[in-house]
Design a protein around this ligand. Structure first.
Ligand SMILES: Nc1ncnc2c1ncn2[C@@H]1O[C@H](COP(=O)(O)OP(=O)(O)OP(=O)(O)O)[C@@H](O)[C@H]1O
Length: 283
């Protein structure tokens, strides 16, 4: 049995069968310790969400296994909660009720009604949403909805919090506020987090390690970068920190030099690139 808190062991994933089979992930291996903040970064379509969905138990792997705290993951469970880029709150329930739904289900047998109520209030307080308990999702901003989604996910006290581009749909300022809040919450409750991001600064700012994925098909982990910066981290101070900038450059180098994404050429650009077309243009 794995001695690590979370182990992704030799995970491969093929979608489809026969001549339509496509091997998206090949032999992904990663060990994560309790309280670690891991970011997964890689070009669009390489398989980041597939990894996250396998850890969440939403997708089965074709080969290999995910072991969480000594138990193999085979299905979704309350020990892993997921926050997606676009909030998944129920529109007919209030902020309080959205969190209550998860809390009442998870702690039905282990907490009294009064304890559950306190817990819902505390979870919403952590993300500064106590002022909007009775509002419905349509009455609050995108950033606030994402806060409630995070509160709901944390309220279930998962062993691992899985964040799939949680700040991706937010404007830069809201994004920065929410990143700071997540950093603070993580330092307070020591949660184990796996986050998918496309944002290099976000990855360096928040993570203990950045997992960089190669391009698909048959994507796997190319490099893992340890971020040895003291916490709590301050985005303004780090902007001039040589170590921070070196980490940033290393991720950028991986993405834009080592794993440069070659987009398929459009018909027009292909024609432009052909020697005949170039000659014709020069004539
Ligand atoms: N259910 C599915 N059936 C078939 N192919 C799938 C399925 N889910 C994902 N794929 C394919 O697997 C590949 C990886 O997809 P995935 O969503 O994991 O990538 P990603 O790195 O998260 O992309 P992005 O950054 O754009 O969100 C893509 O080519 C996608 O089309």
């Amino acid at each position: 049995m794995s001695k690590h808190y979370l182990a992704i062991e030799g995970v491969s994933k093929t979608f489809g069968t026969g001549h339509k089979a496509s091997c998206v992930l090949k032999d992904v291996n990663l060990n994560i310790e309790k309280g670690e903040y891991i970011s997964i970064i890689g070009h669009s379509g390489c398989g980041k969400s597939t990894v996250l969905n396998i850890v969440a138990g939403l997708l089965p792997s074709s080969k290999g296994a995910v072991i969480l705290d000594g138990k193999e993951v085979n299905a979704p469970g309350p020990d892993r909660s997921v926050v997606f880029q676009n909030h998944s709150l129920l529109p007919w329930l209030t902020v309080y009720e959205n969190v209550a739904l998860a809390v009442n289900k998870t702690f039905r047998k282990t907490k009294t009604a009064a304890q559950r109520h306190e817990w819902i209030l505390r979870s919403l307080e952590m993300v500064h949403m106590s002022h909007a308990l009775d509002k419905r999702p349509a009455e609050i901003s995108g950033g606030m909805k994402q806060r409630v989604g995070i509160a709901r996910a944390l309220a279930m006290e998962p062993k691992v919090l899985l964040l799939d581009e949680p700040f991706g749909a937010l404007d830069a300022l809201t994004r920065a506020h929410l990143q700071d809040e997540v950093m603070k919450i993580q330092s307070e409750i020591n949660s184990t987090i796996i986050m998918i991001t496309h944002d290099v600064d976000e990855a360096v700012l928040l993570s203990d390690r950045i997992v960089m994925m190669t391009n698909g098909p048959e994507a796997t982990i190319g490099e893992v970068l340890e971020i040895d910066l003291p916490k709590p981290r301050n985005r303004i101070e780090l902007a001039d920190d040589p170590k921070y900038n070196r980490y940033r450059r290393e991720v950028l180098r991986f993405l834009y030099e080592k794993q440069r994404k070659v987009e398929p050429l459009s018909a027009a650009r292909k024609a432009e690139a052909s020697p005949v077309a170039r000659k014709a243009a020069q004539a």
